[in-house]
Design a protein around this ligand. Structure first.
Ligand code: DON
Length: 553
């Protein structure tokens, strides 16, 4: 274990496999940033449980991965409480402001104006702070002030940007420049900062301290709330104080399905992964053997993805606003009937699938943590596009999300992830926008998997591939490093990571009629823990595509 740790420090992202020593139960953490992993470990070592560590890591990621998540964003936390053996979802998804309207992002010709991505009009009302307070209060052992300490320290003392930060700041430089408060913090005199630059966030440290002292009230009411609303309105946004005061998290019952005898636990709408993954697995469970290194199996898997993502586009949205036929969608027979049109020789076309949409519709982060008492958390958090809307309300340090783009736009206009949707996910005041974020557990008597990843619409397909692998006995490293391919119904094409398919596979798939789209890069940043409770063994891995760190004890 010690060697494993030294390697971890040297290599940053690495896989660990260890047996706990005789009288100690193991813990494990895998997250997208080493400072967040260290924050989680510090909390576990000073008497906190996995839920405290989850709060500390969410807050730390908000500081050190400003391109991925933040207090100005939202997320889903999937918790397993070993004392009650219960699984629960804390839904801290953003909601549309009360003054939001159906077509607010379309110009007169029905084209997107760009305001669902850049600037404060793109921002939903954030849920992270309410979720962190709730998790600490109802599941943690420490105080919110304890759990926020590492994040406050990182905000005050600063951190140096990694390659990922630099790449994404360059992608979003224009959006950041449009917000003086954002460019002051995240750029170096307007330029993309070099590696040795120190990103110090004094305003954010002050906001975090207010939250530490006053709880979520320190964010949703008073000085911070007033500054956020003033800043948003002065720059063309529509937030009101009432929006912040009326925000509340939702506690939800997870979706549970099973795949070849493994129980899979995932969040329900307003995120879509639970429903879509259940359908994909139900369609594929009929196949005795799937070999992800074989083009015939890849064809079958993408055809299942195509059909399941179609239902995402047609049916899914915020349950408080949309009636969804969830029991039908989660019925294995329904999925299998839908797969009856599958043809092993030939690609289907998305257009030919029965139903049509009713007309009018990196960067996110993830961590997994297991404590020595058998509590565990998987959490996926987001401000949507890298650096969110690029807008910081002056004096707050809060970088706002651009999650409003996850609503479906009128006329079948695709969003930044290429997703289309229906009225089920249309913009309405106070409504949660449909997400793909899917923190996930998979367990049977032998093993428990705690996993998730960012990646927009591809989150779901990445996790479906992870589960196919896991069921076949893959270890944690094989799961996070699996090559990735994807189909999301529309656009009607197989997307895959650069170099992920061989020439032979490409030829086989093209001959079946699949349009192929090779991405210019890899995608996703998966963090996984596998716990083997019977022999006290634990494995953890952070995706080598990212800059994360996995630790075990
Ligand atoms: O909630 C969603 O589905 C998106 N806002 C997630 C965005 C994301 O994963 C970005 N990561 N690359």
């Amino acid at each position: 274990m010690i060697i494993c740790r030294i390697l971890l420090i040297l290599i940053v992202s690495f896989t660990c496999l260890a047996y706990a020593d005789d009288n100690k139960n193991p813990y494990a953490i895998a997250s997208a940033h080493k400072l967040a992993t260290q924050a989680g470990e510090q909390i576990l070592q000073t008497g906190g449980n996995a839920f405290d560590a989850a709060v500390a890591m969410s807050a730390a990621l908000a500081v050190v991965e400003p391109y991925g998540s933040g207090l100005g964003g939202g997320g889903f936390w999937l918790l397993h409480d070993s004392s009650t053996n219960a699984d629960v979802v804390i839904d801290g998804r953003e909601v549309a402001p009360l003054d939001a309207t159906h077509d607010m992002y379309l110009d007169e010709e029905g084209r997107l104006t760009g305001q669902s991505i850049n600037g404060p009009l793109a921002a939903g009302i954030p849920g992270v702070v309410a979720a962190l307070e709730h998790i600490t209060k109802h599941y943690g052992r420490l105080t919110l002030a304890d759990n926020l300490q590492p994040a406050i320290k990182y905000a005050k003392e600063g951190f140096t940007p990694g390659d990922h930060y630099i790449k994404l700041a360059s992608l979003r430089q224009q959006a950041l420049l449009a917000s003086p408060a954002a460019s002051d913090i995240f750029l170096d005199k307007g330029e993309v900062p070099p590696h040795e630059f120190v990103v110090r966030q004094t305003d954010l440290a002050n906001t975090l301290e207010k939250i530490a002292q006053q709880g979520a009230k320190g964010f949703y009411y008073g000085d911070v709330a007033e500054k956020m609303v003033q800043g948003v309105q002065a720059a063309g946004g529509i937030w009101r104080l009432e929006d912040l005061a009326s925000y509340s998290i939702e506690k939800r019952t997870p979706i549970k399905t099973d795949y070849h005898g493994i129980e899979i636990i995932m969040p329900p709408p307003p995120t879509s992964g639970g429903v879509v993954i259940s359908q994909i697995l139900a369609m594929l469970e009929q196949s005795p053997v799937l070999d992800l290194n074989d083009a015939e199996s890849i064809h079958k898997v993408v055809e299942a993805m195509r059909r399941a993502y179609q239902d995402r586009a047609i049916y899914l949205g915020d349950p408080a606003y949309t009636d969804m036929p969830l029991s039908k969608l989660l019925n294995k027979q329904y999925a299998q009937d839908k797969f009856a049109s599958f043809n092993q020789a030939k690609a289907s076309t998305s257009e030919s699938l029965a139903k049509s949409l009713t007309s009018k519709g990196e960067d996110t982060t993830h961590f997994s943590v297991l404590d020595s008492e058998g509590n565990y958390v998987a959490a996926t958090l987001s401000i949507n596009y890298p650096f969110g809307s690029g807008f910081v309300a002056p004096g707050t340090g809060i970088l706002l999300n651009d999650e409003m783009d996850d609503f479906s736009m009128s006329g079948g206009v695709a969003n930044i992830w290429g997703l289309v949707g229906s009225d089920a996910n249309a913009i309405e005041p106070g409504k949660r926008m449909l997400s793909s974020m899917t923190p996930l557990f998979a367990r049977d008597e032998q093993r428990t998997l705690i996993v998730g990843t960012p990646g927009g619409s591809r989150i779901i397909s990445m996790l479906a591939l992870a589960l196919i692998n896991y069921q076949q006995g893959a270890n944690v490293n094989e799961i996070v490093s699996q090559r990735r391919f994807h189909h999301q119904y529309l656009p009607d094409e197989i997307q895959f990571e650069i170099n992920a398919l061989t020439e032979k596979e490409k030829t086989t798939l093209a001959n079946k009629g699949h349009p192929l789209k090779e991405m210019s890069r890899t995608y996703g940043n998966m963090h996984a823990i596998i716990w083997h409770p019977k022999n006290n063994k634990v494995e953890a891995a952070s995706d080598l595509r990212g800059e994360g760190l996995a630790v075990i004890q």
